[in-house]
Write a protein that binds this ligand. Sequence first.
Ligand code: TXA
Ligand code: MG
Length: 340
Amino acid sequence: MKTEYLTEQELERAAKLLQGGGLVGIPTETVYGLGANGLDAEAVSRIFVAKGRPQDNPLILHIPEAGWLERYCERIPHSAYRLAERFWPGPMTMILPRKSFIPDVVTASLDTVGMRCPAHPLCRAIIEKADVPVAAPSGNTSGRPSPTNANDMLEDMDGKIDAIVDGGPCMVGVESTIIDLTCTPPRLLRPGGITLEQLRGVLGEVDVDPAVTRLMGAGEKPRAPGMKYRHYAPKAPVTVVTGDPVRSAQYIHDHAGETDGVICFDEFVALCREKSSRVVLNLGPACDQQEQARHVFAALRSFDHTTVPAIWAQCPDSTGIGLAIANRLNKAAGFHIVEV
Ligand code: TXA
Ligand code: MG
């Protein structure tokens, strides 16, 4: 299959392809998504083939405005409207009871569905034009880091999808926050662009699913099926180093091998590279977590173009969007974490 490369001006073409059952790479503010008409079971099942995604991992439905919630969800709690008003359009997905006509392949036969209204204007325009809810996982091959620009998505999907729309680099860089509103108190299933602190500001008490901060045991079942899979992993093994940035940088300087890869804060690039031929990538300034979020996936991906035998990553603390960055790095490392 030849994958069409579309620009912003060609959003009608993208909408047509979606309506016709095609697979289209779409930009969102978080990461690029692999979209299909969420009401077309056959189209949706091709998403799983293109990504090599396990069938038991449900997809998120993307809608252009909160007004579409009632079309696909039932027994919507008041809290959903309060969250939508505060954070939509934006990087937040709500888990809600679903209507039964949504194809089972979208929800992996769960009785809930993830709903998200993305902030990227081009993304919303495409969905509005297609006039269907768009089922879209991140646009990577299953297990690889999510793509945060059109080129990274093409690296995984060229020849496997009908088209990709280039909407520029993603402004957030990590996937949406997933909040489950079908339990009491509501539960954070995946940290993302909307922070736990922001959610608590609206909802009060919010639980954090154990899968966010630790490896799931063999018999355990996380509430977001996707959180059980090894994820975001470059080919080389990753070690995450947490703690005070001056100490974690010094630890990496002392322990990384001569030709290892390193992801570190701006301030410590020279230290981590000192007298070695290490591949050192800059995550952004230690104090700028937004910048770090924008770089984390591209950094993990770029090591696959090198032969580094191992990767070391400095990790921000777990406040704000740092919780999401730490979660992605820890998952890439299979929760192989050193605390200094
Ligand atoms: O930012 C994002 O959310 C991106 C962009 C493209 O919108 N999408 C994304 O989708 O990250 P995906 O499929 O890569 O991750 C969705 C996660 C998976 O871990 C899945 O298990 C979980 O959401 N999920 C989806 N529906 C669910 C449901 N009904 N209950 C619990 N977890 C659900
Ligand atoms: Mg994903």
